[in-house]
Design a protein. Structure first.
Length: 240
């Protein structure tokens, strides 16, 4: 589904991603972990060209995202993204947030968009909030709306960048539960997270990044019980 070959990304002289190669298969759930500043967000953002690679290749199925002729707008409709700080449209109701892109980008009728939005809102447990504005929701509810909004475009891959990092502790589980059921439904997912328990339980693979280097690409079992690198060992000692 996603192929990354020798990806390098520099901001000025700062080499943020150093020769990253990895594949994500259809239906796979990959957790991306590592210290702050190690390049996790940049890696995720290179997948849908929110950041442009300095060199190397990124492929989404048979399309080269990094290619000169890539139709990035079209590719982005197939790659859903969820951010730490939700990025909901504050002046729109929950229902309008979820139906906006399907209507304006995909040209879906209002009736159809609303009926599938309501289905998605029920899936994330927010049916009763359809007419509410984001400002009146809790962080956990906002993030579940953001997930429903991303899913409304029928993406083939979902990227999550620390989706629970801005939440109060009691709201983390409701968001992780939604992500877990999405994973179980077969969605292809790449998740930057500090939730080690979630990574261990839900991910098929763990990628460990440190200073822009993909240091480990392993099963959660292998990574959490017997990390190969000193860098991962040190990291795990700090967070577990
Ligand atoms: P992480 O998500 O792992 O915390 P990031 O990918 O956000 O790490 O950042 C990796 C490095 O790239 C950091 O040194 C950060 O300061 C730098 N960086 C990220 N985005 C930009 C940007 N738009 N311009 C300049 N430097 C950036
Ligand atoms: Mg980040």
């Amino acid at each position: 589904m996603i192929k990354i070959k020798n990806l390098c990304k520099q901001f000025g002289k700062n080499e943020v991603l150093k020769d990253i190669s990895l594949n994500i298969k259809q239906g796979e759930v990959v957790a991306i972990i590592g210290p702050s500043g190690s390049g996790k967000s940049t890696l995720l953002r290179c997948v849908n060209n929110l950041e442009t690679a300095t060199s190397g290749e990124v492929w989404f199925k048979e399309q080269e995202v990094t290619g000169k002729k890539a139709d990035i707008q079209k590719i982005r409709t197939k790659i859903g993204m969820v951010f730490q700080h939700f990025h909901l449209f504050p002046h729109m109701t929950v229902l309008e947030n979820v139906t906006y892109a399907p209507k304006t980008v995909n040209g879906i009728s209002k009736t159809e968009a609303e009926s599938s939005a309501k289905e998605l809102l029920s899936k994330v447990g927010l049916s009763e909030k359809a007419e509410e504005y984001p400002g009146r929701l809790s962080g956990g509810q906002k993030q579940r709306v953001a997930i429903a909004r991303a899913l409304a475009m029928n993406p083939e891959v979902m990227l999550f960048d620390e989706p629970t990092s801005a939440l109060d502790p009691e709201m983390v589980k409701e968001v992780l539960d939604v992500m877990k059921s999405l994973a179980q439904s077969g969605m292809t997912m790449a998740i930057v997270t500090h939730e080690m328990g979630f990574a261990r339980e839900v991910a098929d693979r763990v990628l460990f990044l440190d200073e822009g280097v993909l240091v480990e690409d392993a099963s959660p079992q292998a990574f959490f019980t017997a990390p190969k690198s000193e860098r991962a060992k040190t990291f795990l000692q700090k967070v577990l």
